[in-house]
Design a protein around this ligand. Structure first.
Ligand code: ATP
Ligand code: PH2
Length: 365
């Protein structure tokens, strides 16, 4: 018996990719082929797009990952794309992605270099969004406190005991990563469902989405000033800023004022924890006092996503655990980036499902 296939061939994109120094600062062309195996018999009969997977959506997904992530190896990019495609729709039984790198740094004359990764649904890790069984980073793993005994010999290794961690995968506990091997960790991260060590600065700049909120003082001026603080921060480049949203408070005391919310996309080389510290510094600069959970605040800065990392550390969970249910985050994000995805689902669609969808009003543009 045969099987049905959707093929997307020769998608032309460019990316910063490669292990050589010059490849880590300059974009080069890539061509990507994707093959999706799924039952197309219903679509063949109904002639309805809803009965198949849109190749345009697959192309958008690939483009987003190629522009948002940085990889050293084309193997890692192909693996990440294959996993993301399988995650994007449960009807896809298997996927294969080929990444061609026609300007690979070879001294010989050549036509092309490429890698192909084939994966079936059973071979990919479970989504961290559904259930985070692995891999995760935490002081506590399955009830057991894991001490950091490896004593990383790096300058930034002065961490308190609550920040000790180890990395656990289905194959069992891995030894602590050698922190000098950034490219290798990048590769491992892609293979292991974008697990990311929250203390490890990115080997390459990565995209992160931040959510800002304010409902005390001059909220509009506060948000503008927070965006400026991000623009001025070292190792951060602001890529995109959403229109402002006026939103009804979700949770917290009844009588608090409406919020102004905004979403910002940045590119950064900071580690996830360094970015969290920066978010807290910016909150503090705006007289943030942490009193009541979900209570009024001059400024709140949350990390919604960090590349496509899954982080479950004592003081940082990424993606932000509530973001996928908050229209006050999702709607401004979708205005800024209409094809944005969160945990494999369109942000626009998640926004429509959020309970506070009708309580968000766009104020600009
Ligand atoms: N992705 C994240 N972004 C920001 N803070 C986070 C994240 N994950 C965990 N935290 C932790 O949450 C703590 C409380 O954050 P905060 O005071 O902003 O909570 P809140 O705004 O009242 O509620 P919420 O977290 O639901 O937005 C922070 O000190 C931080 O360590
Ligand atoms: N509308 C709205 N509601 C909230 C917000 C917010 O930014 N906007 N932030 C919260 C905690 O971070 C809790 N509730």
């Amino acid at each position: 018996m045969g099987y049905d296939v959707i093929r997307l061939n020769g998608l032309q994109l460019s990316a910063v990719i490669g292990v050589l120094d010059h490849e880590q600062v300059t974009e080069q062309p890539l061509s990507i082929d994707a093959e999706l195996r799924l039952d197309l018999s219903r679509a063949g009969r109904s002639d309805a797009l809803a009965d198949t997977v849109s190749y345009a959506a697959v192309a958008d997904l690939i483009e987003r990952i190629v522009s948002a992530e940085r990889f050293a190896l084309i193997e890692a990019l192909a693996e990440a794309l294959t996993t993301a495609i399988l995650r994007s729709d449960p009807r896809i039984e298997a996927a294969a992605v080929t990444v061609h790198k026609p300007r690979a740094p070879l001294t010989q004359t050549f036509d092309d270099v490429s890698v192909t990764i084939h994966r079936t649904r059973a071979e990919i890790p479970e989504s961290p969004a559904l259930n985070r069984p692995w891999p995760r980073v935490s002081g506590v793993y399955e009830g057991e406190l894991v001490e950091d005994t490896a004593g990383f010999a790096s300058a930034d290794s002065a961490r308190g005991p609550e920040e000790s961690y180890t990395v656990t995968t289905p194959a069992g506990r891995l030894d602590h990563y050698d922190r000098t091997s950034l490219a290798e960790l990048g590769h491992e991260a892609a293979v292991t469902d974008h697990f990311r060590d929250p203390d490890l600065p990115a080997a390459f700049p990565v995209r992160s989405v931040l959510a800002l909120g304010s409902n005390l003082g001059d909220s509009s001026a506060t948000l503008a000033s927070a965006v400026q603080a991000l623009e001025e921060a070292e190792d951060v480049v602001v890529i995109n800023v959403s229109p402002l949203a006026r939103t009804k408070p979700v949770g917290g005391p009844e009588e608090q004022r409406d919020f102004l919310n905004q979403v910002v996309e940045i590119e950064t080389r900071l580690s996830p924890h360094q970015l969290l510290d920066l978010a807290h510094r910016i909150e503090d600069q705006h007289n943030r006092i942490r009193e009541e959970r979900h209570g009024p605040r001059t400024l709140d800065v949350d990390i919604v996503t960090f590349a496509s990392a899954a982080i479950d550390a004592p003081r940082l969970q990424v993606p932000h655990p509530s973001a996928s249910e908050r229209a006050f985050v999702l709607l401004p994000w979708s205005w800024m980036d209409p094809v944005a995805l969160l945990e494999g689902r369109p942000v626009r669609e998640l926004a429509r499902e959020a309970e506070d969808y009708d309580d968000v009003v766009r104020l600009e543009k």
